[in-house]
Design a protein around this ligand. Sequence first.
Ligand SMILES: Cc1ncc(COP(=O)(O)O)c(C=O)c1O
Length: 183
Amino acid sequence: MKNSKASKLTQSVHAGSIGDPLFGGVVTPIYPSAAYDYETEVRYPRYYNTPNQKAAVEKLVALENGEDGLMFSSGMAAIMTSLFAMVKSGDHILFQHDLYGGTHHAALHELERYGIEHAMVDVSDLKTFEKAIRKNTKVIYVETPSNPLLKITDLAAVADCKKSWNCHHHRQYVCQSGKSKSN
Ligand SMILES: Cc1ncc(COP(=O)(O)O)c(C=O)c1O
């Protein structure tokens, strides 16, 4: 149902649903298998592609008008996997300064161990935020609503800045929702 014209209510029920081909049930069954028959499709569980992972991700992707997604068992796993996929030693991440404690801790104590630099700046002051962008800034990380202060980040304004700042094409934006667990 990706890019479907169906209403969000319909998508929330049907997107990603594969039903029950064996008995005709209308709800996608829960598949507890950790191993699958590789002859039909490679489904190694740690590739995020087991039937229930796919069903849940497709639903979220449809509801968020996204392209694709991955599902993690924790927010920090999603954050760190995303960041490590985008940066390497010598790169720089610009975080908004009002951040979830775990992300703050990871920036201070984990990323630095890998030679990844960072700055934390008040994103409500866009001019100062803009000034903190460096040549080696590969990721801009914002959180809305922020945790714990529930500050709302103006995502459109941050995205607009991207254009006027003439960013490299490979600079990435990570937006983490503080109160939804969809990550
Ligand atoms: C904004 C934000 N990011 C990340 C996390 C971490 O999520 P988890 O506890 O699932 O690792 C939380 C948890 O509350 C959060 O609020």
